[in-house]
Design a protein around this ligand. Structure first.
Ligand code: FES
Ligand code: FES
Length: 152
């Protein structure tokens, strides 16, 4: 049993301590917005926030979480995240949608670090999240728009 903070609530997870966080989120708590893509840390579809840093949940054992706060797409509700979601709609970013939870999580982590990221900052922050639909040009525009809407 492991006690973890998920989306602002302390929850008990019954999976063994070496279980990847991804499976505990999806199977124990039905937080299915976090997607399974590759399971080996290369696609980024499972990205969540750990203390506001984007991390692949398939590569994060429950035992490694400790006191860190986990935020999934279901609990992503900061000012930065709201600005990004609005911009995502304005720029019609989503295509099939499979990667988009992770894209929003990674974009939010980026705006926590850089309130006004450059194209290079965006490319660097988003490079771990694959999108087979090629939405990246719209993602970049949406991140710039969200950053601008947040002010200085
Ligand atoms: S499912 Fe975790 S990186 Fe692909
Ligand atoms: S929107 Fe389809 S994989 Fe990214």
């Amino acid at each position: 049993m492991v006690s973890v903070s998920i989306n602002g609530r302390n929850v008990v997870l019954h999976s063994p301590a070496d279980t990847p966080l991804l499976w505990a989120l999806r199977c124990e708590h039905q937080l299915t917005g976090t997607k399974f893509g590759c399971g080996i840390g290369v696609c980024g579809a499972c990205t969540v926030l750990l203390d506001n840093v984007a991390k692949p949940a398939c590569q994060t054992a429950l035992s490694a979480i400790g006191q860190a706060h986990v935020v999934t797409i279901e609990g992503l509700d900061s000012a930065e995240a709201r600005a990004l979601k609005k911009a995502w709609l304005e720029y019609d970013v989503v295509q099939c949608g499979y990667c988009q939870s992770a894209q929003l999580i990674a974009a939010t982590a980026l705006l926590y670090r850089h309130r006004h990221p450059t194209d290079a900052d965006i490319d660097d922050a988003m490079k771990e999240i694959a999108c087979r639909c090629g939405t990246f040009p719209r993602i970049r525009k949406a991140i710039h728009a969200a950053a601008q809407s947040l002010g200085p």
